[in-house]
Design a protein around this ligand. Structure first.
Ligand code: E4P
Length: 217
């Protein structure tokens, strides 16, 4: 399973990347706003640091304008994945980008039907937003399962990038199903290391070690 980090915070990406935890990065307009940085500058900085795909999102709503924006974003670095929304215009732009050999991440996917269209339009990645489905009492993890079944039925090569991840359980749930990639905020990725029994066990070991009076170094 590949780990993408869902942020435009360069320091947070660096910390995880130095540990080998980063296979790619996803950004979106809200994350660029949160970073307070210029999209072209911060995306270039991320692309220089991370060797895997870095998603940068278009903001136009018409296909021709999306294509112009996407081509500009693709010039930032060879590891840019152009991110387009799952609209008819976005699918049109996806097809155009894919035909020219660009990586494309089709985002804002909320149904299996949408995911089929993205695969047929040549998407490199499909991003189903599981947390936002859970927010409205629908089952985000079930959507990943449905898309996995459908893509496998027909041999679609588009990678399932489970997005809008809110918890560690989301990650283990979609890993069990066979999502190809997860993208999660740095805090959720770091939370994967936590377990109360680890903390409790370590506390006991340290207490016992202190009683031995020994030192290792
Ligand atoms: C994915 O590419 C999106 O940037 C992201 O996962 C959206 O997550 P959110 O629903 O927490 O904003």
């Amino acid at each position: 399973m590949k780990f993408f980090v869902d942020t435009a915070d360069v320091a947070a990406i660096k910390e995880l990347n130095d540990l080998g935890m980063v296979d790619g990065v996803t950004t979106n307009p809200s994350l660029i706003l949160k970073s307070g940085r210029d999209i072209l500058e911060v995306t270039k900085e991320i692309c220089d640091m991370v060797s895997g795909p870095v998603s940068a999102e278009v903001v136009a709503t018409e296909a021709a304008d999306m294509i112009a924006e996407g081509l500009k974003l693709a010039k930032i670095a060879s590891n840019i994945a152009i991110k387009v929304p799952l609209t008819w215009a976005g699918l049109t732009a996806c097809k155009a980008f894919a035909s020219e050999g660009h990586m494309v991440n089709v985002t804002l996917c909320f149904s299996a039907a949408q995911a089929i269209l993205a695969a047929k339009a040549g998407a490199t990645f499909i991003s189903p937003f599981i947390g936002r489905l859970d927010d409205i009492n629908l089952d985000g993890v079930q959507l990943i399962e449905d898309i996995r079944t459908i893509y496998d039925n027909y041999g679609f090569k588009t990678e399932i990038l489970a997005a809008s991840i809110r918890s560690v359980n989301h990650i283990t749930d979609v890993a069990r199903i066979g999502a190809d990639v997860i993208t999660a905020p740095p805090s959720v990725i770091k939370a994967m290391a936590n377990h109360p029994l680890t903390d409790k066990g370590l506390e006991q070991f340290l207490k016992d070690w202190a009683k031995t009076g020994q030192k290792i170094v």
